[in-house]
Design a binder for this molecule. Structure first.
Ligand SMILES: [Zn+2]
Length: 88
């Protein structure tokens, strides 16, 4: 199993010594990545056009909760009920 990262390689502009560059080819698997919810896995880069080729990915509830809490964004449940975000 791998962490699939779908991206448009045309939008990836690595900055080296203050100048941004365009990629000459596809991105290759690199070091492990860690998600907000604590999963560590090796990334595999795929063209963005293939993002839905194996079904539509859904958002991780735990990552969503952590991100929203960190940015003061009401949780989906609180937003639906009209409550404001609270800092914990
Ligand atoms: Zn997650």
């Amino acid at each position: 199993m791998a962490a699939l990262i779908y991206l448009d390689a045309q939008t990836v502009h690595p900055v080296i010594n203050g100048e941004w560059h365009r990629l000459a080819g596809a991105l290759e698997p690199a070091e492990a990545i860690t998600t907000l919810c604590g999963i560590t896995d090796t990334p595999v880069f795929m063209p963005f056009s293939e993002r839905r080729s194996h079904g539509i990915p859904r958002q991780c509830d735990e990552c969503d909760t952590i991100y929203r809490r960190g940015h003061g964004i009401p949780s989906r449940r609180d937003r639906l009920s009209g409550r404001r975000a609270t800092q914990e």
